[in-house]
Design a protein around this ligand. Sequence first.
Ligand code: GDP
Length: 467
Amino acid sequence: MSSFRVVVAGRPNVGKSALFNRLLRRRRSLVHDLPGMTRDVLEVEAKLPDGRSYRLLDTGGFDPEGKEKIPAAVREKAVQSIRHADLVLLVVDASAGVLPGDRATARAAREAGVETVVVANKIDRREGSEGEVEAWELGFPEVYGVSAEHGIGVDELIDAIAARMPRSPVEESAEPADEQTGRPSEIALAVVGRPNVGKSSLVNALVGEERAIVSEAPGTTRDSVDVLLKRGGKTFRLVDTAGIRRKAKTERGPEVLSVVQARKRIEECDVALLVFDAAEGPTAQDAAVASYAHESGKGLVLVANKWDIASPAFAEASGEIEAAVRERIPFAGYAELVRVSARTGRGIGRALPAAARAAENRRRRISTGELNRVLGRRLRDAPPRTARGSRLRAYYVAQTGVAPPTFTLVCNREEPLHFSESRRIENILREAADFTGSPIRISVRGRSRERASSKSKVRSPKARGSR
Ligand code: GDP
């Protein structure tokens, strides 16, 4: 069992147990988080999605100030477990705002000198997003807005735990597919496209670039070889470069074979570079490959190659190619188009930076506060329409994932949005932040019955002001 200890700490009733169970990926409560309940520190083994495990400790009601609520012995144990933690998850109730008990817990974590991230829970409640913003005031570098009850934001928190855990060498070799999580700085690129568009020439041009530091690494699929390329402080992994160069097979085979290959490469990548011949423009097959990248939530850069022979042929080639691309690949308007010549090297220098932007934007996060500022009003003024034509009431919106950025609207009902509505919301999100190169996902979640009926119990802003 791993010795990495993650301690869940916070006042009673902030939702530590619910979070604890979410992290364990269990639905029902193991324990009840009643205020003043005297219980010992609970310790279990929790697993990350990639199979690594850590120790998860729930300190019970850690309430340094509510002296009569929590017996001294329990409090002392909580402090002890914080001291021995590798990471503290300081849970606060975002709907209640930051209270003295939260500050006291923060102080205890700070005094222990243990790395701490703040978890602002209950962001599904009416004042949740305000409380999430307020939670920054506790002075820790990261705040994760979550709804433990609804499972919102929990994946990002798990990512944050994973990013802090050491990788054991055994796991590293046993699970090469998870390498990305262990090395966030590496960007996996899939160079895809039909035969003869210049994929291998492009790879050679990229690899041959000045200042590029190149090495080979075993690929994630059997017998495949990846090329690692260092540029501009970033490491790019060109997936299955041998496969790109080993063209004889695909050349003779049917075109579908190159689609199959492209799909395999795309599965392993963060960003797909779809190469096409600028003189021909993208074909239906290119659109199919682009849509695969889109559906898989991967970044996308469109590379118009052979620009050296295309430009004299097209008088206004630049505009024409842009128009052709947008017409034939309409669903990926977010993808940058770069014009290159693998032969002369012209424009090549723009390909990797575009890929790096796509990779970065694909991991971009908008805080719940910011999201509700840009979207909240517009969703209230024009309630989103469902696929069936009825209107939804959106209570709030949260970013529930990255890679690709995923947004969840918590509404009165759970029903898919009308596509034009998804488009409208996507446009607003793209105005609010730079998601160039990356697809965006938008989903609807219904507010639970229980939550809807407890609405009246949510404190009004006035009540909060009196704390
Ligand atoms: P792949 O099958 O996609 O890997 O394509 P290759 O890289 O093997 O290129 C196919 C052919 O196109 C070769 O004859 C290349 O020399 C040529 N080619 C590749 N890139 C360019 C380019 O930018 N300009 C021109 N004029 N020819 C190119």
